[in-house]
Write a protein that binds this ligand. Sequence first.
Ligand code: PGA
Length: 250
Amino acid sequence: MRRKLAAGNWKMNGTGESLAEVDRLLRALPDPCCEVLICPPATLLHRMAARLEGATVALGGQTCHAATCGAHTGDISAAMLADAGASHVILGHSERRAEHGESDLDIRAMTEAAWDAGLAAIVCVGETDAEREAVNTLDIVGGQMASSIPDAVTGENLIVAYEPVWAIGTGRTPSLDEIGEVHDFIRARLERRFGPGVGRSVRILYGGSMKPGNAAEIAAVSNVDGGLIGGASLTADDFAGIIRALSAGA
Ligand code: PGA
């Protein structure tokens, strides 16, 4: 049985003042609750970890370097994220792929680095608008998975996030049937490559304009094990609304 996960991706948002939002979120968490993860900017990880002491909310980074240390000005290693309190890291987000030229092979190397540091990797895949129109979405997603996910997958060290690029921050989402088709495909690929036991235990998140109003119906789609939430994770009210929808039956 895969536990639903609500993962908040704060992107480049948040300063010390935003920690109050986390206090509000903690007060609003339902019981029973799905698993909750917040991925704030790296500058907030340490303070947020202190704030979350004793709470069941996990922390993650938004990317990491593939190397463990060295002359990489501005970069952060997986071990540094772990040292600051992270248990997870988002890798290969489409904004990283587009703005920083991250390739599937880069993401594969980062995933291995994350695993070496004991972090679970949330590997993002998804097609652009043009790719959706020009070719089969499943070919794009299948190709990204094959090249960016390393071989040593266990049920716990990998989470796949399906994020159609055109749905991120736009208020547009695929139909429930379209989400189900891609998630079923991702599950089948995971089972084929890693065997049924491991393949069935990896969680698959949907990401892209998930809101309190659509989270329950998306979460009910086959093989949707939670959400990777950007804009709506920034305010406690909205994120708690999504968490409540994902916690039904938790
Ligand atoms: P969004 O972002 O929820 O603001 O669409 C999702 C993401 O980029 O992870």
